[in-house]
Design a protein around this ligand. Sequence first.
Ligand SMILES: [Zn+2]
Length: 229
Amino acid sequence: MLKEQIKNKVLVVAAHADDETLGCAGTIAKHISEGDDVRIAFMTDGVSSRDNSSKQHEVERNSAMDKAMQVLGIKQYQCFSFPDNQMDSVPLLTIIKVIENVIDEFEPNIIYSHFAHDLNIDHQITHQAVMTACRPIKGSSVKEIYSFEVLSSTEWQSKSQSSFQGQYIVDISTYWHKKEQALLCYQDELREFPHSRSLPCIEALATLRGASHGFAKAEAFQVERIIKS
Ligand SMILES: [Zn+2]
C-alpha cells in the first residue's frame, strides 16, 4: 500500500497585507490545491505611515485582506501590529521573537518571505528577522526558504546591492486567475499603469517569468536555503 503523502506546512511571512499576493499568490493557491497547510503572518498594520492613515482605511485594508484570504483559500492568518514603514523603530529582537513563536507553534517546513534588498524598510527587516528566526540548528522544522519579489520594491532596490535572482520557478498558469482575483481585493493598493504596482505590470512580470521558462505564467523566487536530510 502506498504511504500517505506527507503534506507541506507552508508559512508566508509578509510585511504588509498585499505583499503575499504580489509575491506568491499563485504559489499559495498551488500549495493549497495540493493539500498543503498554508498560513500567513502579516507584520504590520499597513496604515500608520500613509497620508490617508485613518481608522477607516485600516478597516478597509483589513477587509481587503480578509477577502484576498478567502480567494486564496487561506484559513489561518495572523496580523502583528508593527508600525508600517517604521519597523526599524522596533528592536529587531522583538520582531524575531514574534516570528520564532509562529514557527515554534506551526513548525513549517517551507517559508516564503521578502527579498533582503527590497527598497521598503519593512521588507528588509522582515527578511532579516525571518533568516534569524530560521537559523539552521538541529531540530529546526524549516527546510526550505524562498524570497519573493514585490513590484515597486524589489526592482526599485539600490543598485549598489546584489539584485534579485529568480532561481526557483513555479508554474502558476492555472492559478493566475486566483492571483488576479486576490489582487483586485487590494484595489486601493494598486496604481495606474505605467506604475509597476499596476495590474498590467504585475501580469507582465508573471508572463515574463513564465515565458522565460516555457510557461504562460510563473512566479520566481530567490532560493535562500534548501536542506535535504
Ligand atoms: Zn510591502
